[in-house]
Design a protein around this ligand. Structure first.
Ligand SMILES: NC(=O)C1=CN([C@@H]2O[C@H](COP(=O)(O)OP(=O)(O)OC[C@H]3O[C@@H](n4cnc5c(N)ncnc54)[C@H](OP(=O)(O)O)[C@@H]3O)[C@@H](O)[C@H]2O)C=CC1
Ligand SMILES: CC(C)(CO)C(=O)C(=O)O
Length: 327
C-alpha cells in the first residue's frame, strides 16, 4: 500500500512521517510555504523521543502523482477545508479507500458523497504544526491512538485491518472497531474545549472561573448527545486503552502552545474548525430543542477571533458568559 496524506500538517505529518520511518511508502500532500519547505529540507518530525527526518516525496495535488490501485488516501485537513480537498481529489481518486483522520463527526459523510470506500479515524494524537516543514508530537512512548472503522459503521474489512497493521508497526495504537463514531462523538465532546482554549486560554489554578467554564461546555455537549440518543465512549474507557502507552511529555526546545484551534489562530489561517465542533453541538441542540448557550457563544467568538486575527486567549470568562447570555 502507498499512503497519500492529504494535509500533511500536525496530524497528517505525524502519521505520514511515522509510516515512512517504518518503511511504508508515503506521499505528503501539502501547499504553499509548507510544501516548499518539505521539498527543500524534508519533514522535521520532533517528539519526546527525539527528532526524525524521514525522506518522503511531496505533492501539491493529484496532478503531481501517478495514482496506483494500491493507494490509500488519508485526509487530515481541518474540517472547514474538507470539501475543497475532496473536490480536488475525487475526480482522480474516488475509487480509492479514503480515511478521515480528523476531529468532528461530519467528514465521513462529506467524503461518502464523493468516495465509495470511506473509513473513520478517531484521532488521539496531540501534535503541533506552527512552522513550514516542522511537526511536533507530544505523546510517548507511542505517538497516538487511532481508532479505525468502516463508514457507514459495520464489521471491519480487510483493507482497514491491513492499514491498522501498518499503523501499529509505526508507533500507533490502532484498534479496529465496528463503532468508530462512538469514539468520534466522545472525542467531539473533548474538542469542545478547542475553541474555549483558543479564545479564553488554558484553565489553571490561577483561574477557577475558567476551569468551571470548561466543565459547563463539556456538560452542554454531553447533555445534547444524551438528548439526541447518540452513544459515546466514556473518558475512563479511553484512558484505560491509552494506559501507560500514551502519556503527554515535553519535547526539548518546543513550547506546546495548545490544541489545533489555537494553532490555527497562531498561524493566522483566518479560519477555525469551531463550526464542526461546538457548531455540531449547537446544531444537535437546535434539532433536539436543548439550549447550548456556551457552545453557541464559543462558535461565534472563535470565528470572530479567526476572522479578525485576534490573539488567542484574550477573551475573559466574563465576556464569554455575557456573549452567551446575549445570543
Ligand atoms: N493538532 C492536533 O493535536 C490534533 C488535531 N486533530 C484534528 O486533525 C485534523 C487536522 O488538524 P491539524 O493536523 O492540527 O491541522 P493542520 O492545520 O496542522 O494541518 C492541516 C494541513 O492541511 C493543509 N491543507 C488544507 N487543505 C489542503 C489541501 N486542499 N491540499 C493540501 N493541503 C491542505 C493545511 O495547509 P494550510 O496551513 O495552508 O491551511 C495544513 O498544512 C483536524 O480535524 C483536527 O481537529 C485531531 C487530534 C489532534
Ligand atoms: C485535544 C487534542 C489536542 C487532543 O489530541 C486535539 O484533538 C486537538 O488539538 O484538536
Amino acid at each position: 500500500m502507498r499512503y497519500i496524506i492529504i494535509g500533511a500538517g500536525a496530524v497528517g505529518g505525524a502519521i505520514g512521517g511515522r509510516l515512512a520511518e517504518a518503511g511504508r511508502e508515503v506521499v505528503l500532500v501539502a501547499r504553499g510555504a509548507h510544501a516548499a519547505a518539505l521539498r527543500e529540507g524534508g519533514l522535521r518530525l520532533m517528539s519526546p523521543g527525539g527528532v526524525a527526518k524521514p525522506t518522503v516525496p511531496v505533492a501539491e495535488g493529484p496532478q503531481d502523482l501517478e495514482l496506483r490501485p494500491d493507494d490509500v488516501l488519508i485526509l487530515a485537513v481541518k474540517t472547514q477545508d474538507t470539501v475543497a480537498a475532496l473536490e480536488t481529489w475525487a475526480p482522480y481518486a474516488s475509487h480509492l479507500p479514503l480515511l478521515c483522520a480528523q476531529n468532528g463527526v461530519k467528514n465521513e459523510e462529506l467524503a461518502l458523497r464523493r468516495f465509495a470506500r470511506v473509513y473513520g479515524v478517531c484521532v488521539w494524537l496531540p501534535a503541533q504544526h506552527l512552522e513550514p516543514g516542522r511537526v511536533t508530537t507530544f505523546a510517548a512512548p507511542l505517538t497516538g491512538m487511532l481508532h479505525l472503522g468502516t463508514y457507514p459503521e459495520g464489521p471491519p474489512d480487510r483493507t482497514i485491518r491491513e492499514i491498522a497493521a501498518d499503523l501499529e508497526d509505526s508507533g500507533f495504537l490502532a484498534p479496529v472497531v465496528p463503532d468508530v463514531l462512538r469514539w468520534k462523538y466522545a472525542k467531539l465532546v473533548t474538542n469542545l474545549a478547542n475553541a474555549l482554549e483558543a479564545v479564553c486560554g488554558q484553565a489553571g489554578p490561577h483561574n477557577p472561573q475558567l476551569g468551571e467554564l470548561y466543565g459547563q461546555v463539556f456538560a452542554e455537549g454531553a447533555t445534547v448527545l444524551g438528548a439526541a440518543g447518540i452513544p459515546f465512549a466514556s473518558e475512563a474507557e479511553q484512558a484505560e486503552l491509552r494506559g501507560d502507552r500514551l502519556k503527554l511529555r515535553r519535547v526539548p526546545g518546543v513550547r506546546q502552545v495548545g490544541g489545533s484551534s489555537s494553532q490555527s489562530l497562531l498561524r493566522g489561517k483566518g479560519s477555525i474548525e469551531t463550526d464542526y465542533l461546538n457548531g455540531e453541538i449547537v446544531l444537535l441542540g437546535r434539532l433536539h430543542r436543548v439550549p447550548t448557550p456556551l457552545n453557541a457563544a464559543l462558535q461565534r467568538a472563535a470565528n470572530t477571533f479567526a476572522r479578525e486575527g485576534r490573539e488567542p486567549g484574550t477573551m475573559s470568562p466574563a465576556e464569554l458568559k455575557d456573549l452567551a447570555a446575549s445570543l
